[in-house]
Design a binder for this molecule. Structure first.
Ligand SMILES: [Zn+2]
Ligand SMILES: [Zn+2]
Length: 216
């Protein structure tokens, strides 16, 4: 048997109530000094409605307690005693069930809290990733724009280079043709003016004539 208030095992002295409940002596005293209500069914209790019992009676009590009592009363008492026992078992079962349900609920609430926390973390991480993706998309767009601009610049520069190449080729061909047409008269010029000076006795004139040769 267990106390219906604190549910500890009862050994020896206990208190039974008129409402059919069983208490340890400590809880029975607490009820009497406080509001006087049964903790199970809340019926108002007084000392006269509470009876001390021995849950573990000795042999002498067993032998003598029911002496001189008629079988009818004995049977009635035994019936009530068994019914009391069954009710106690029901109460204990109910108490255990309630405790189990409370534990499960507590566990579920803990799991739900953890789950919510994890969900919040995942949601935050998801939002962060979304922002990062947006930033990366923006970066890709900027890079694509830069690439297009560079390609355009490159095309423009290539066009300019081709133009310059063409101009260079044209100028070169012009230069070659000018060179070809001017090489004969130049040789004539040197042969006419320079070579005879080598053998003259005028060094000043010779230096003046040598100047264009070095530059050329
Ligand atoms: Zn108790
Ligand atoms: Zn009660």
């Amino acid at each position: 048997m267990r106390c219906n208030a604190c549910w500890r095992e009862l050994e020896g002295r206990a208190v039974s109530t008129s409402c059919g409940h069983l208490l340890c002596t400590e809880d029975a005293n607490k009820i009497l000094t406080n509001d006087g209500a049964c903790p199970i069914c809340e019926q108002v209790l007084s000392k006269s409605l509470m009876k001390p019992v021995d849950t573990n009676p000795n042999e002498e009590w067993i032998n003598m307690a029911m002496a001189a009592i008629s079988p009818q009363i004995l049977m009635k008492t035994a019936y009530r005693s068994v019914m009391f026992y069954i009710t106690q078992r029901d109460l204990e079962m109910q108490y255990k069930m309630n405790r189990l349900v409370a534990q499960c609920r507590q566990k579920c609430e803990g799991m739900q809290a953890k789950f919510s926390e994890k969900m919040d973390q995942v949601h935050t991480a998801y939002q962060k990733m979304g922002k990062r993706c947006q930033m990366m998309e923006q970066e890709v767009a900027n890079l694509t724009k830069d690439k297009q601009e560079l390609q355009e610049k490159f095309s423009e520069k290539s066009r300019q280079k081709r133009k310059l190449d063409e101009m260079y080729d044209q100028l070169r061909s012009e230069y070659e043709s000018v060179k070809r047409t001017s090489i004969q008269p130049a040789n004539n010029f040197y042969s006419r003016h320079q070579e005879p000076d080598f053998f003259s006795n005028q060094p000043v004139n010779m230096m003046e004539n040598r100047e264009p040769t070095r530059k050329g």
